[in-house]
Design a binder for this molecule. Structure first.
Ligand code: PMP
Length: 456
């Protein structure tokens, strides 16, 4: 590092426009400047080390500083640092990577399309869906349904799909034919006394009514994360997909699974689609495909769409979409090393063991805590929603920023979490061991205890 440690914070504030950051927070107590990472831990420029309970941003699935991935990146950079895939060009490594990804798909898939981020991949999905319906001669079938609290990206269309009003308000979004339905969050959205199954039924009724109102011939696709991540860490209630998928099938609405977080093992199966027994028409992946070592995203395209693309190739001519860094060879090399490591280290089986352990430990330590309203999630995704009153589910006043206080108390004790409002979430590297899970839970409890007196 060449910058002066004493000046780093000031220089950051003077030079870097941070994503998803309130300027007031940054100016008051930021930034936190990281400098290195190894395994489950990162170290800041002052030498403080943290257990990274969020795997960066749900992406560093195999931990930091893995030599096999570093070597793959270095070798590929030296051999061929860049070449593209436009105009029938390709690279050996991109071909190998596409093939390796297709072999790992949860349901038969025909092709993969590469990008560099989850957002650009979901933008691609929207375009593929529109392209498909245009080729089929039904240009009116274009609307896309997403759920409130969904996170599908922050580009113009995908920020609209994302069901977080804070990402719409000052950007004139959503733009285009986007519809939202209720988040499948039983704790917050179900009527008093409703069982999970009844709640799922009510969500199905809502979806049916929306489709009837809009006309099925205008609705193209339904986007969903298997477990909602950035919108509050929400796992679907019992019976949800049994209710929803037949409706989509009946109205010829494509199912797009956004597996940007859940793909490559996070839920204890290779794909979230497998956890829930789903057969998506399109799958979006990113993050874990390279364990965060290189920006890369993947759109999986099922035969249902691909056959239409291939069958109409004379009429379609050029496929007018793509990114400079689609199938970047260094990303492809990073992905190949990552996929190999996931297999060789039996990472998915490991998550199937330690995921339930994380939930068990969290429930044992915090299940009866008066500040904890709900502990939720699945696999190595867990959210702990803090409330003022457990009995009535009353939230803390927003201005109190309890989630942020706990986050800071955890960081002071060497643990990184993330606050989605007053829901604290963890999605640690998939290679986390039981001992580190114990440490995570213990530190988190201490952080809650530290702010308890202030917020009571
Ligand atoms: N989909 C999901 C489910 C995500 O969690 C994210 C990012 N957290 C995205 C899409 C967007 O990915 P990116 O930030 O790489 O654009």
């Amino acid at each position: 590092m060449t910058i002066d440690i004493q000046r780093a914070a000031q220089l950051d504030r003077e030079s870097l426009f941070h994503p998803f950051t309130a300027l007031n927070d940054l100016y008051r107590d930021g930034p936190n400047v990281m400098a290195s990472g190894k395994g489950l831990h990162v170290t800041d420029i002052h030498g403080n080390t943290y257990l990274d309970g969020m795997a960066g941003l749900w992406c560093v699935n195999l931990g930091y500083g893995r030599q096999d991935i570093v070597d793959a990146i270095a070798e590929q950079s030296a051999r061929l640092s860049f070449f593209h895939t436009f105009n029938s060009m390709s690279t050996d490594v991109a071909i190998e990577c596409a093939d390796a990804l297709l072999k790992r798909a949860p349901v038969p898939m025909s092709r993969v399309f590469f990008g560099a981020s989850g957002s650009d991949a979901n933008e691609t999905q929207i375009k593929l869906i529109w392209y498909y319906n245009n080729l089929l001669g039904r240009p009116q079938k274009k609307k896309i349904i997403a759920r409130w609290n969904a996170y599908h990206g922050s580009a113009v269309m995908t920020a609209g799909l994302t069901g977080l009003p804070g990402m719409h308000a000052l950007f004139d979004l959503p733009l285009g034919p986007i519809l939202h339905v209720t988040a499948p969050h039983h704790y917050r959205k179900a009527a008093e006394g409703m069982t999970e199954r009844e709640f799922s039924r009510s969500l199905a009724v809502e979806l049916e009514e929306l489709i009837a109102r809009e006309g099925a011939d205008t609705i193209a696709a339904f986007f969903a994360e298997p477990v909602m991540g950035a919108g509050g860490l929400i796992a679907t209630p019992e019976g949800y997909w049994e209710e929803i998928t037949p409706i989509l099938k009946r109205h010829d609405i494509l199912l797009v699974m956004d597996e940007v977080v859940s793909g490559f093992g996070r839920l204890g199966t290779y794909w979230g689609a497998q956890t829930y027994g789903l057969e998506p028409d399109l799958i979006t992946a990113a993050k874990g495909v390279t364990g965060g070592y290189f920006p890369m995203s993947v759109c999986y395209i099922s035969p249902k769409l691909w056959d239409v693309f291939e069958g109409n190739r004379d009429a379609a001519g050029l496929f007018g979409h793509g990114y400079t860094y689609s199938a970047h060879p260094v990303g492809a090399a990073a992905a190949l090393a990552t996929l190999r490591a996931i297999d060789e280290d039996r990472v998915v089986d490991h998550v199937a063991q330690v995921g339930p352990y994380l939930h068990e430990r969290m429930r044992a330590v915090l299940g009866d805590d008066p500040m904890v309203g709900e502990i939720r999630g699945r696999g190595l995704m867990i959210g702990i929603e803090l409330v003022k009153d457990r009995a009535t589910k009353e939230a803390f006043p927003m201005a109190q920023r309890v989630g942020r206080q706990v986050l800071k108390a955890a960081a002071d004790r060497g643990l990184i979490t993330r606050a989605l409002g007053d829901t604290l979430v963890f999605a640690p590297p998939l290679v986390i061991d039981r001992e580190s899970i114990d440490a995570l839970v213990t530190i988190f409890k201490a952080a809650i205890d530290a702010v308890r007196a202030d917020v009571a």
